[in-house]
Design a protein around this ligand. Structure first.
Ligand SMILES: Nc1ncnc2c1ncn2[C@@H]1O[C@H](COP(=O)(O)OP(=O)(O)OP(=O)(O)O)[C@@H](O)[C@H]1O
Ligand SMILES: [Zn+2]
Length: 611
């Protein structure tokens, strides 16, 4: 009996459509591995799979396509090789690449019947959402956090998109809590991971996104002191490799800085003051302890054990940095960064955090717990991933039938009365800057066409825009009525490339919805800039309340209306690579390398934003 007999019986004519579909799966991690298996066993005929990462030891407990011998190999390529055996007749195309690469352009996305997201970060999710809207391809978005899971069907003009609702802003910690007044283990762990480790082995803490440096009248003086302390630590860093290095670091961060804090009496009126540590006094107790104590990762180490691991890991990291520095060319300065799977950095963070916790009379944590907290890990649960992947396929069947009224937003919840709950899909949010737009393709010879041709010939003459509109790219605003300096420039000089998105924001009294032009570079054409089809752009609905400020695709918002020069705008033209000025970065920008949410309701566990 053919292996798909039962599939045909249960799916009917849909079985053929499934077999003929071409689907894209983005991510071959926890959900991705399960989903690849499901898609194959459901009979999908052509699956394209992409993942930028390689397999890590910590993936093996749940990413069941991977085995020990696959460590360090490409997730996408190994997943293809292993899963192919489930359905030898299916076509699997694997890419070891970033979905944001320009080769994966709108036309490529448009070649799929359905796209599945099995990602772990906001930035990539937003990108795929935007591409699927531009290509008008349905997207099945999914994510899990511990026992919770979620599946959302997204289809242009029919449902909400991923960005119709603002996403929760990841929490950053006030710098004074971390540096001066920690009260929870997580504060000590963030201090060790995002202050001490980078200060000694990486780039300085002012680059860290986990600290909120905003000063007000109450803390301005303390913030200035903290910055002075950081500079002093930088000087100690210069003595790395010398015999006094460990003593100097220890005395600085566990004694002198603590004594300075103790001196600020107002700080300790309602808190217990910290007790500095004295390395010489503790030294005697260390003799009987071997550095191998660090392998006891489920135990909470004693003060002496933490001290031994601190000294040993400091030494290991110093030697590693020295080797990197010796082999670096003169132009680069190598650094070490925290990685939860890098034993040396994890040992250092665990021991340093525990020494600090001891000073502030805070509970110490095991290396295992520290890894979860420092790595922003909510344990990934294989069953949640498997259930979520199953729900993705069920939703995709409705999508293939074009049955959007019955497609659902589905939730897995541990706390609710039922494990699986669902909700109808909402219509698109008319104020969403990402999906409430009109898309059109524009053919541009980027080396010939000027911004003026785009503004005058295409937008004003052909489409009928009035005086008041602005033009934005991923890099910032390139045109508005008060910013005309860029008009004679070639579009290539303004950072526009093949597959770039150009967004036109109408600022008329009765504005049209935003126009999103996708740039296509023609092989050859007579005119430098051509719009084949003039899009019909509806007017924005009248908002009962004032419309929120329009957020630009790159997370920058419009500057006020004031006459500006080109070099005052959001972008600077700098050789081939225009760089965005750090100005007006929206708080909803998800492109944070290390988003942390502190959820008090679950005993201080750190939740990754929404994965
Ligand atoms: N821009 C991107 N392009 C391609 N793949 C991506 C991109 N961003 C993330 N991914 C992949 O999405 C997958 C998400 O899977 P998952 O959430 O299980 O994360 P993981 O890295 O495998 O596990 P963990 O983070 O728990 O160690 C990862 O394999 C990751 O490499
Ligand atoms: Zn939207």
């Amino acid at each position: 009996m053919p292996r798909d007999t039962y599939l045909k019986r249960s799916l009917g004519t849909l079985a053929n459509r499934i077999k003929e579909s071409r689907v894209l799966l983005v991510g071959a991690g926890g959900i991705g591995c399960e989903l690849l298996k499901n898609l194959l066993l459901t009979g999908f005929g052509e699956i394209h799979l992409i993942d930028l990462d390689t397999i890590d030891l910590s993936n093996l407990n749940r990413q069941f396509l991977f085995r020990h011998e696959h460590i360090k190999k490409s997730k996408a390529l190994v997943a293809k090789e292993v899963a192919q055996k489930f359905q030898p007749g299916a076509k699997i195309e694997a890419y070891h690449a970033n979905i944001k690469d320009s080769q994966f352009d709108v036309d490529w996305f448009a070649s799929f019947n359905v796209v599945f997201n099995a990602l772990d970060n906001l930035d990539a999710r937003r990108h795929v959402n935007k591409m699927c809207l531009a290509a008008d391809v349905p997207l099945i978005e999914s994510g899990t956090t511990g026992f919770n899971g979620q599946v959302q069907v997204i289809k242009k003009n029919k449902t909400e998109c991923y960005d119709c609702n603002s996403k929760e802003v990841p929490k950053s910690f006030p710098v004074c809590t971390i540096r001066s007044t920690p009260s929870q283990p997580i504060h000590c762990i963030v201090w060790a991971k995002s202050y001490l480790l980078p200060e000694l082995f990486g780039t300085s803490e002012t680059d860290s996104e986990e600290f909120d440096y905003s000063a007000d009248a109450d803390n301005a003086q303390e913030i200035a002191e903290l910055q002075k302390e950081a500079r002093a630590l930088q000087e100690i860093r210069n003595s790395m490799g010398s015999t006094e290095f460990t003593q100097k670091v220890f005395d600085k961060v566990f004694k002198d800085d603590i004594n300075r804090l103790r001196g600020m009496e107002d700080m300790w009126k309602s808190r217990k003051p910290p007790e500095p540590l004295d390395l010489q006094k503790l030294e005697e107790a260390l003799e009987s302890i071997e550095p191998t104590v660090s392998s006891k990762d489920q135990e909470v180490w004693s003060l002496s054990q933490n001290l031994v691991v601190f000294k040993d890991s400091l030494d290991r990291l110093s030697k590693r940095l020295k080797i990197l520095q010796d082999s670096a060319d003169g132009n680069s300065s190598p650094i070490l960064t925290f990685d939860k799977d890098d034993v040396d950095t994890l040992d250092f963070v665990t021991a340093s955090a525990n020494l600090r916790a001891t000073i502030f009379d805070i509970e110490r944590k095991s290396k295992f717990d520290t890894k979860q907290m420092a790595g922003n890990i909510i344990p990934a649960i294989a069953t949640t991933n498997a259930m979520t992947a199953g729900l993705c396929v069920l939703q995709s069947l409705k999508v293939l039938k074009d049955d959007y009224p019955h497609a659902k937003m589905v939730f897995l919840e541990r706390s609710g009365a039922r494990a699986i709950n669902s909700d109808s899909l909402n219509p698109p949010n008319p104020n969403c800057p990402i999906c409430s737009v009109t898309h059109a393709k524009i053919k541009i010879d980027l080396e010939r066409a000027t911004l003026n041709e785009l503004v005058e010939d295409i937008l004003r003459q052909q489409i009928g825009y009035g005086e008041e509109f602005s033009i934005n790219t991923e890099l910032g605003t390139i045109y508005d009525p008060d910013l005309e300096d860029n008009l004679p420039k070639k579009l290539s000089e303004l950072g526009i490339k093949a597959s770039s998105f150009i967004t036109v924001v109408d600022e008329d009294d009765q504005p049209r919805v935003n126009l999103q032009l996708v740039v296509v570079t023609p092989e050859s054409q007579e005119q430098a800039i051509v719009l084949d089809n003039i899009p019909e752009i509806p007017r924005k609905p009248r908002a009962p309340t004032p419309a929120p400020e329009v957020e630009q695709p790159n997370g920058t918002s419009n500057l006020g209306k004031r006459k500006r020069d080109a070099d005052e705008t959001d972008i600077e033209i700098n050789g081939d690579h225009p760089t965005k000025r750090v100005a007006n970065v929206s708080s909803t920008d998800g492109d944070k390398s290390n988003p942390i949410n502190l959820d008090e309701s679950v005993g201080g566990a750190i939740l990754i934003d929404d994965d």
